[in-house]
Design a protein around this ligand. Structure first.
Ligand code: MG
Length: 250
């Protein structure tokens, strides 16, 4: 039977006045429901305007959870893709309806766990990692200018963290009518696997090794606290959100 241990923590950081990040978790309570639909976890980092960023990230989290869980017939990857299309559409509709929200957008990274597989869907520069036996693998590609430069070998991860264009993302929910969501191949799970979803407020400071060490040394709740503290102690220039899920049994 699927047993998950999960925690999430979001913090404004040490510089920003508000928190434009959001996270959400939906784990059905009954074993039957959990087997049918699976559990879903989301992190979003909003941008734009005054209130726009906060609203866009919250719409993304709420809409992805609602549409993912609404239907249990569909393949789980298709359910995530549809949920992302709905979130994109809703953000655009709300930004057209209220001029103070015009131009708002958000990153969105989601993880669904269902019948021994992990499904990831992703837009923007928040990230998903898988940690197994202390080894960490980034499951998502950053949709950002520096992310592309790292992939083509022009920048190292360390250079990317300090680059003046580090915050410029190339894809977001709310930017275009058609959204091409990244849907990596489903990952087969083994008990003990952990996943970390996080906003760039964490990866601006924490290396992959820092994240793996935190996840390996404590419970998801302890690791979330440790990583948020690491970001804030290193400068905390952005909002920081961490969500960790450990698969206890499948
Ligand atoms: Mg951010």
């Amino acid at each position: 039977m699927l047993v998950l241990d999960h925690a999430t923590l979001s913090d404004r950081g040490r510089v920003r006045q508000n928190n434009e990040d959001a996270s959400g978790v939906f784990v059905p309570e009954g074993a039957g429901e959990l087997a049918d639909r699976g559990a879903v976890f989301v992190v979003a980092d909003g941008m734009g305007g005054h209130r726009g960023g906060e609203i866009a990230s919250r719409i993304a989290v709420r809409t992805v959870v609602a549409f993912y869980t609404a239907n249990s017939d569909e393949n789980r990857s298709d359910a995530l893709a549809r949920a992302f299309r709905e979130a994109n559409k809703t953000i655009i509709e709300e930004s057209v309806a209220d001029s103070t929200l015009f131009g708002m957008g958000t990153t969105c990274t989601a993880l669904a766990i269902h019948r021994g597989l992990a499904y990831v869907a992703h837009v923007g520069d928040s990230r998903a990692y898988q940690v197994r036996d202390g080894n960490i693998v980034q499951v998502t590609h950053d949709h950002s200018i520096v992310g592309e430069m790292v992939r083509s070998g022009i920048l190292t991860d360390e250079d990317a963290r300090n680059h003046p264009k580090r915050n410029v993302i190339t894809k977001s929910l709310g930017a275009q009518d058609e959204i091409a969501t990244d849907l990596p191949e489903a990952l087969p799970l083994v008990p003990g696997d952990s996943f970390v979803l996080c906003s760039d407020g964490l990866t601006a400071y924490a290396t992959d090794a820092d994240i793996a060490a935190a996840v390996t040394s404590g419970s998801p709740a302890e690791a979330c606290k440790k990583l948020v503290k690491l970001a804030n102690d290193s400068g905390g220039r952005d909002n920081v959100t961490v969500l960790i899920v450990t698969v206890r049994s499948i």
